[in-house]
Design a protein around this ligand. Structure first.
Ligand SMILES: Nc1ncnc2c1ncn2[C@@H]1O[C@H](COP(=O)(O)OP(=O)(O)OP(=O)(O)O)[C@@H](O)[C@H]1O
Ligand SMILES: [Mg+2]
Length: 491
């Protein structure tokens, strides 16, 4: 059971509404029942006062001379109060003079009924102050009683039954409870329907926000067309204000994303253009340098070495420019070739090349069994995928010491083809791990400078794999080295 603070707004509103109605109904019911009882009691007391007055007068007019002739009580003659004209049925009158007590009433059938001693004693205990007091007379029930003394010392007590009063109040309370419960049911039902209806726009807004949250907003050109419907954006209601604020937010985000995309495109275009433009002069530099180097006889001493440095640096720069151009094109979402590519074949070629380039390393190849396993074929751009292998193997060669064993494993895993390049070298430096696939991330500057490292290799691998809807991860290898795992959807 969830705590009230975690209830839905709907439930909370309905519960609050029902609680309010209950409190109001309870308050009104209690107040009106008390008021009703009060006014009924006042009515009875007025009648009581009149009856007591009549009884007192009658007692004066009929001095109970018999009292002296019949001492010691046990008197079953009527009390003078009940002989007075105007006394109603069920009106109890008690008369006491000296030791003589007479107490009786006329019942519904017109029969005179006498009170027993206990009942008489109860009535005699009522203070003789001419005020009404509640009393309970055994089986007879509850009464209001008033007691007075007459001039000759007689005590006259009159009592009127309150049974009718009590049953009227009880009936009123029962009706009130029934009506109250009905009102609560109606409040709960109507409240639920109304609250549901009023909050439905919030559901629609939440749905809009959820749809937006699922849009791929992190890259490329983003079209943020989702908006809250017109009907839910009325600024004169609170919910509408939320809707219209959400729309403003979406509009703002959409504009910002468009602006961001435009400026990114400009930068990308600039890099692409610059790289492209640099290719021709670089090719010329290399060409001329080679030309001059081939006629060493006309060159002064030392110039040949400088020229070969010029050539190699120009070659390195060409590589860098090519990498930047490729990244700019992949960023721009340039469509790739889509042809079936056998990654097993690419692995064989790549390991062959790596073996030639790095004779101090051990190169191992682990390919699927042609007889049993599915062929590791993916659909993509062969040229780019070759580059993935080349970059990963170049890293395994350049960033590990001689003698390192590098294993390239290709296999089919479920719907994917998986390529693992594992080495038992020193592993990726700790400080690089978080941004390994970002551009220009490279290890120890002095060493990488020497090897002509730029830090674009893994960024290109990541971009190419991403363009093929694949994933790449780098993990510490089993023997302390590094394992790069590339997964691409199988053809
Ligand atoms: N197998 C590996 N073992 C240890 N360190 C590695 C390995 N592969 C990559 N690294 C580290 O990650 C860094 C980034 O690699 P990346 O291929 O992106 O750039 P680079 O090799 O330095 O330069 P480039 O590939 O552009 O010539 C490297 O500089 C190196 O420090
Ligand atoms: Mg590299």
């Amino acid at each position: 059971m969830r705590t009230p603070s975690r209830w839905t707004l709907r439930r909370r509103l309905v519960v609050v509404l029902v609680a309010l109605v209950a409190v109001v109904a309870l308050g009104m019911g209690a107040v009106s029942a008390l008021a009703l009882r009060g006014s009924l009691v006042t009515q009875v007391d007025e009648q009581l006062s009149a009856a007591n007055g009549r009884a007192a007068n009658a007692s004066m007019r009929f001095p109970p001379g018999d009292a002296t002739t019949n001492p010691g009580g046990g008197d079953d003659r009527p009390s003078p109060g009940n002989l007075a004209p105007g006394q109603g049925i069920n009106t109890i009158n008690l008369f006491k003079l000296d030791d003589v007590v007479r107490a009786d009433y006329i019942d519904e059938d017109g029969q005179r009924q006498y009170l027993d001693d206990d009942q008489s004693a109860t009535l005699l205990a009522v203070p003789q102050d001419s005020h009404a007091h509640p009393v309970t007379l055994g089986d007879l029930g509850t009464y209001r009683a008033m007691s007075t003394t007459t001039g000759d010392g007689a005590v006259v007590v009159t009592a009127l039954p309150t049974t009718a009063l009590t049953s009227t109040v009880t009936r009123f309370v029962v009706v009130e409870i029934v009506v109250g419960v009905l009102a609560l049911l109606v409040a709960a039902t109507v409240g639920l329907v109304l609250v549901r209806r009023e909050l439905r726009p919030l559901d629609r807004m939440a749905a809009t926000a959820t749809r937006v949250s699922r849009l791929p907003l992190d890259r490329g050109e983003v079209v943020l067309a989702e908006r809250v419907a017109e009907q839910d954006t009325d600024p004169s209601t609170e919910v509408g204000q939320v809707g219209s604020a959400l729309n403003q937010l979406l509009g703002h985000v959409s504009a910002a994303l468009t602006a961001r995309h435009e400026s990114e495109s400009q930068v990308r275009q600039f890099v692409a253009d610059a790289s492209h433009e640099l290719r021709t002069p670089l090719a010329s530099i290399r060409g001329y340098a080679e030309l001059v180097r081939r006629s060493p006889e006309v060159l002064p001493d030392g110039a040949v070495t400088s020229l070969s440095r010029i050539e190699s640096e120009a070659a390195r720069m060409t590589g860098l420019v090519e990498d930047m151009l490729l990244l700019a094109r992949l960023d721009a979402g340039r469509t790739l070739e889509t042809e079936p590519v056998d990654l097993g074949m690419l692995a064989i070629d790549a390991v062959g090349d790596a073996h030639a380039a790095g004779r101090d390393h051990q190169w191992r190849l682990d390919l699927p069994d042609v007889e049993h396993d599915a062929e590791p074929v993916v659909v993509g751009d062969e040229h780019r995928l070759r580059q993935v292998f080349a970059n990963l193997l170049a890293n395994a060669r350049l960033h590990t010491p001689p003698g390192t064993t590098v294993t390239v494993q290709v296999r089919t895993v479920g719907p994917d083809v998986e390529v693992r390049v594992t080495d038992d070298g020193p592993g990726i430096p700790e400080e690089l791990r978080d941004r390994l696939f970002q551009r220009f991330t490279r290890g120890d500057e002095s060493r990488t400078r020497g090897t002509g490292s730029t830090g674009l290799g893994l960024a290109i691998v990541d971009a190419v794999v991403g363009a093929h809807a694949g994933t790449i991860t780098a993990d510490p290898g089993p023997d302390g080295g590094t394992t790069f795992t590339v997964r691409l959807p199988a053809a």
